[in-house]
Design a protein around this ligand. Structure first.
Ligand code: GDP
Length: 193
């Protein structure tokens, strides 16, 4: 998809703040520092729309981006950052659980992982949570430029096996550095619209 416009609409915490529209939505989730902001910026051809490496774990809001006036990306605050208090973690859990389980516009969750390493236990927990609620999941294995091309398939296999990936779920090898996987990611997203 050719992105001609993208803008932040709202940073929301509560359902009353979610945009009151019917347009399809994709949430983006991932461990802090995994490359989620870079993924969003690459997909939208924007340099600094989603903030790159602002303090991990700090943004505790759901950030809604309107794209081409026809879909939303919803940036979910990263998980797995050690220096987050129990209270903050609980608030994060409640916010995303409410969003994931009640938002009818949500078509799929884009779960971003690091291709270089097997998914962490937090990644697997997130995936299992989505499966439990029957939410389609698109795995983006990013930072592919950091490993040699010849090892890509081996790493993808480890990722697939660690998640015990559902047949219906997609996995895309990605690099925000080179743009690898961008067209594939867009065509998968469009298939859910
Ligand atoms: P976030 O916390 O998940 O939003 O992660 P960021 O997008 O801020 O990325 C964390 C760090 O990884 C930054 O230094 C990025 O420049 C780097 N990074 C993100 N994606 C890639 C990628 O595909 N390739 C490479 N080489 N570096 C990346």
């Amino acid at each position: 998809m050719k992105v001609v416009s993208s803008d932040i609409v709202i940073s929301a915490v509560k359902p009353e703040q979610y945009p009151d529209t019917e347009i399809p939505e994709f949430a983006l989730a991932g461990r802090s520092n995994v490359g989620k902001s870079s993924f969003i910026n690459k997909m939208l051809n924007r340099k600094g729309l989603a903030r790159i490496s602002s303090k991990p774990g700090k943004t505790q809001t759901l950030n809604f981006y309107l794209i081409n006036e026809i879909l939303h990306f919803v940036d979910v605050p990263g998980y797995g950052y050690a220096k987050v208090s129990k209270t903050e973690r609980a608030a994060w859990g409640k916010m995303i659980e409410t969003y994931f389980t009640t938002r009818e516009q949500l078509r799929a969750v884009v779960l971003i992982v690091d291709l270089r390493h097997p998914p962490t236990s937090d990644d697997v927990m997130m995936y299992d949570f989505l499966k439990h609620y029957g939410i389609p999941c698109i795995i983006i294995a990013t930072k592919a430029d950091k490993i040699p091309r010849g090892k890509w398939q081996k790493h993808l296999k480890v990722t697939r096996e660690t998640f015990e990936l559902d047949q219906n779920d997609h996995i895309v090898l990605f690099s925000s550095e080179t743009g690898e996987g961008k067209d594939q990611a867009w065509s998968i997203l469009q298939s859910y619209m």
